[in-house]
Design a binder for this molecule. Structure first.
Ligand code: 5GP
Ligand code: ZN
Length: 122
């Protein structure tokens, strides 16, 4: 890791939320992951599931992250259940890079639901 990468992790807002340095409306806290409400919700339920450790985005995931990624998915299901949307359905989204509108460079899984959604996404 070079100095610039180390600095960007130090400045990372989602690392700060994971460490408790920055406030968030946390809905679930597990061994490798936490889940909190998106500050700008796009649906009645819009929760972000993040790893506690800094991974930049889904394209950086490696076999060594397997346990973390599985926990992100099981946490997403738990969130859907506690939000009452498990039976009706919901959308899971990883945005990667500029064309997808990826803004925060810390891996996050959007859990979006509570309304019907269209496809394809805009
Ligand atoms: P992306 O576009 O990178 O996939 O999604 C980033 C998401 O993080 C956006 O939906 C945005 O509203 C949310 N977000 C950005 N900053 C904060 C923050 O400080 N707190 C919370 N709770 N959500 C944030
Ligand atoms: Zn981070």
């Amino acid at each position: 890791m070079n100095e610039q990468q180390a600095q960007s992790i130090q400045d990372c807002i989602f690392c700060k939320i994971a460490s408790g340095e920055m406030p968030a409306d946390i809905v679930s806290s597990n061994t490798h992951t936490i889940a909190f409400r998106d500050i700008n919700p796009q649906a009645p339920t819009h929760v972000l599931v993040i790893p506690r450790t800094h991974i930049e985005h889904a394209a950086d995931v490696e076999p060594g992250h397997a346990e973390i990624i599985i926990e992100m998915l099981t946490t997403a299901r738990e969130v859907a259940a506690s939000e009452g949307i498990l039976a009706k359905g919901y959308r899971l989204v990883f945005n990667v890079g500029d064309d997808a509108g990826n803004l925060v460079p810390h891996l996050h899984l959007h859990v979006i639901g509570g309304r019907t959604m269209s496809w394809p996404p805009g």
